[in-house]
Design a protein around this ligand. Structure first.
Ligand code: GDP
Ligand code: MG
Length: 297
């Protein structure tokens, strides 16, 4: 079609500002995992939003912060690659926290690379209106912003106005996906991400950051799907915690993941989880490749 419009929209911001929640809200379906902990999202997750003649490919990114470990470095660098490649960028900030240190890094980097962005003040359901007005006034001073939107990714307030704006600004270009596709994430990776989310929800402190999940088998039949996954931890002591007393923890995680996968995939899921110790998995280039990250970032 001659009048098709298409744009890549990168969703950037500090950890925990609600980037993944926004993506899920827009797509109306869960495609990116969400948790109250920071740095849940590792690689890029793309959601496809198609309306009338316009297709927006929304790219959820890992939060931007000062990285130290290799995995963190790769995640942050990946987020900037997405920003460079995008036609439009959203920078989300948390209305409660305002412009914190991590958001300042984002703004400085955009400024340095002469990139413009749309400021999206999120979590407006959580603050008073007068505080919002102050924050808006403070932010409008920066030349980086093309526009400012106020939304609640959680309730959906303000989100359709934002989408209408992006739709209007999208350049004329052919669509890259068909109009019924929601994401380009492979089922195997999606299934692994859901289990990883449940691990994030059930395990304390740093442990979720030290593990990863890989789907080793994904077999779809008419009525059901059989999925096998390895939960990879760094130390034997971590394995013991993930299993829990009498295997109670892994059982709970498996149940939660199976229920969610059944809902999301629309078929009965049989899920088999195995906990494996692989001391150096964060030094394994293969793991980075799965998330589309650069091992040497
Ligand atoms: P990300 O790290 O930027 O991807 O943030 P997430 O989407 O994982 O969200 C981080 C936390 O903020 C989660 O606990 C979300 O439920 C919460 N959150 C996200 N959007 C909103 C919002 O609009 N309002 C409120 N009150 N909480 C939100
Ligand atoms: Mg996220």
């Amino acid at each position: 079609m001659a009048d098709q419009k298409c744009a890549f929209v990168a969703i950037l911001g500090a950890p925990n500002v609600g980037k993944s929640t926004l993506l899920n809200q827009v797509i109306g379906n869960k495609i990116s995992i969400v948790s109250p902990k920071v740095q849940t999202t590792r690689g890029k997750v793309r959601g496809i939003y198609t309306k009338d003649n316009t297709q927006l490919i929304l790219v959820d990114t890992a939060g931007i912060f000062k990285p130290s470990r290799r995995l963190d470095r790769a995640m942050v660098s990946g987020a900037w690659t997405e920003s460079n490649d995008a036609d439009m960028r959203l920078v989300l900030i948390d209305a409660v926290k305002g412009i914190d240190k991590n958001t300042s890094i984002v703004i400085q980097n955009l400024d340095k690379s002469k990139q413009k962005a749309i400021l999206v003040i999120n979590k407006i359901d959580d603050v008073k209106t007068d505080k919002l007005a102050l924050l808006g006034a403070e932010c409008s001073k920066s030349p980086v912003w093309q526009d400012i939107f106020y939304i609640s990714a959680k309730t959906g307030k303000g989100v359709s106005e934002l989408m209408d704006y992006l739709t209007q600004k999208a350049p004329h270009a052919p669509w890259l996906f068909s109009d019924d596709e929601m994401t380009d994430m492979p089922d195997r990776l999606f299934a692994a991400e859901i289990t990883r989310e449940k691990l994030f929800m059930n395990l304390q402190d740093e442990l979720p950051y030290h593990l990863t999940v890989e789907t080793t088998s994904f077999k779809e039949a008419d009525q059901s799907i059989r999925i096998e996954q390895n939960i990879i931890v760094e130390r034997p002591a971590h394995r013991i915690i993930v299993l829990g007393r009498n295997g109670q923890m892994i059982k709970k995680i498996g149940q939660q993941s199976r229920i969610e996968l059944t809902k999301q995939l629309g078929k009965k899921v049989h899920l088999f989880l195995f906990v494996k110790v692989r001391e150096n998995w964060t030094e394994d280039p293969k793991q980075y490749k799965r998330w589309g990250l650069d091992f040497n970032a």
